[in-house]
Design a protein around this ligand. Structure first.
Ligand SMILES: [Fe+2]
Length: 181
């Protein structure tokens, strides 16, 4: 976790314990998994072809195997976004709206940065910027959003159960003001 902030507030916090306490009622789990050194050759380039992606996933499979044992995940793939990505604006707009999923959303960031936003049970909203080595697990039904920050670059592994249900279900609630970190 790099930093986090409340909606409508100008202050960034780096207090991970306080963030964990705020997210606890939602069941959101943040963990740190150091990125395997074997993955390094596929982290430097902004974009990867299909065979490079497969090699990167293989280099990261230590985490996958641990999560398979612990959580029963069945599959994994990669999301790779970078400033020249042809669908960058479209994808950013799609996930930057409050939504839920019928299954959990699980991401392991291995390069770049991304911003996850959450609606707490009392209606307050907060955003968390996560970066390489961060793992996040958002339970089914938790209102959240995702966007890129000014870096516009991320490589994230997505883990899937056999249940499916990760299509976004958009909510009526609107987002508070957050400066783009
Ligand atoms: Fe989502």
């Amino acid at each position: 976790m790099k930093s986090w902030q409340w909606g409508n507030a100008a202050e960034l916090s780096t207090d991970g314990a306080q963030l964990a306490a705020q997210l606890a009622p939602l069941g959101v789990r943040l963990r740190a998994y150091p990125v395997a050194s074997a993955a390094a050759p596929w982290l430097a380039p902004a974009q990867l072809d299909a065979s490079e992606q497969e090699r990167l996933l293989s280099a990261l499979d230590g985490v996958f195997q641990e999560l398979q044992r612990e959580r029963g995940y069945q599959d994994r793939d990669l999301v790779i976004l970078y400033p020249e990505h042809p669908l960058l604006a479209e994808l950013d707009a799609k996930f930057c709206r409050i939504h839920i999923h019928e299954d959990e959303e699980v991401r392991y960031i291995v390069d770049g940065e991304g911003v996850f936003g959450f609606v707490l049970p009392d209606g307050r909203q907060l955003e968390v910027t996560i970066s390489a080595g961060d793992y996040i697990d958002i339970p089914a039904g938790v209102e959240h959003w995702f966007r890129l920050n000014g870096l516009q670059r991320i490589k994230a592994v997505r883990y899937f159960s056999a249940r499916g249900g990760w299509v976004p279900v958009y909510q009526e609630r609107s987002m508070q003001e957050f400066p783009r970190p």
